[in-house]
Design a binder for this molecule. Structure first.
Ligand code: MN
Length: 300
């Protein structure tokens, strides 16, 4: 009896994470860091960092706004565009442009050098930029695997309608309600892009033991926090749940856009510096040496 009840348990809210301020990444991305491994460490594994850029209005320009040539090693960067356009180029000759609804899942792994700018057409027209860059860690065994890109267009991302017109879930990675997302991941990760409105209590099943983070980008959500309490979250706030339990409960939603992130924790040391995240200080020194000696490539 006890075990049957326990198997249906709700994940309790541990904490609400908020940005500690806004900073610029290059001259193109006004970013709020909503969570980071630098203070949360393994508590958010396999996720490392959540940067929310915008929403911010940009005036038309012929200049290239963004961030120039820089390296990465040891993890993946996932760029999700809501408004505007982002262009990237990398040292292996790869490149691409993503717009609203599109996702770029970049596996830096052993290392590359890239640049990230506003798309040329978007820069010329000006307009609203809103995007998320999520960093996902790699397990030690995959940190030195070859870099790769997954360019995922809006139309490739399946959308699941929730019952009673409560909203929609776009499955970017992992699985929701039996529907598989297009992104290939190295460890089990779910990235669900969620729109919710007019909710009258709805549960989202998230596996027991998974790190679970609900990032609200727009509108507001009331979530059950456990022991009959609840908490309301607004834009740029993230609920971090206890991994124990099998679902989270949304009590109501007002025109909410959110990312529901969950994944199996990678139980390995996290040692990072700037654009490198490895398992030891030695590996960080090696990453810096490899970058400086050109082993991660150069921009053409
Ligand atoms: Mn980058």
């Amino acid at each position: 009896m006890q075990s049957a009840k326990a198997s249906k348990s709700m994940k309790k809210l541990l904490r609400v994470e908020r940005s500690t301020g806004r900073h610029w990444v290059g001259d193109g991305f006004p970013v709020q860091t909503l969570f980071s491994y630098s203070n949360l460490g393994e508590a958010i594994s396999p996720f490392l960092l959540f940067d929310y850029a915008g929403p911010a209005e940009f005036t038309p320009t012929e200049q290239r706004r963004g961030v120039g040539s820089h390296p990465h090693r040891g993890f993946e960067t996932v760029t999700i565009v809501y408004s505007g356009e982002v262009e990237h180029r990398d040292s292996s000759g790869g490149g691409g442009k993503i717009g609203p609804g599109d996702v770029q899942w970049m596996t830096a792994a052993s290392g590359l050098v890239h640049e990230e700018f506003h798309g040329h057409d978007f820069a010329r027209q000006g307009g609203m930029l809103e995007m998320v860059q999520l960093w996902v860690n790699l397990p030690a065994r995959d940190k030195m695997s070859p870099p790769r890109y997954q360019s995922i267009s809006n139309s490739q991302i399946p959308a699941v309608n929730l019952p009673d017109k409560q909203g929609i879930v776009r499955v970017i990675a992992g699985q929701f309600d039996g529907v598989e997302g297009p992104a290939h991941t190295f460890t089990p990760v779910n990235v669900w892009d969620v729109r919710l409105d007019g909710v009258h209590e709805t549960d989202f099943a998230v596996p027991d033991g998974y790190t679970t983070l609900l990032a609200v980008l727009k509108g507001s959500l009331r979530i059950a926090s456990g022991d009959a309490g609840s908490e309301t979250l607004g834009a740029a706030e993230i609920a971090r749940f206890d991994p124990a339990g099998e679902h989270i409960r949304i009590e109501s939603a007002q025109n909410a856009a959110a990312l529901l992130l969950s994944g199996e924790p990678i139980r390995e040391p996290i040692v990072g510096s700037g654009p490198f995240v490895m398992n030891s200080a030695n590996e960080i020194r090696q990453a810096m040496a490899d970058y400086q000696s050109g082993k991660m490539g150069h921009m053409a």
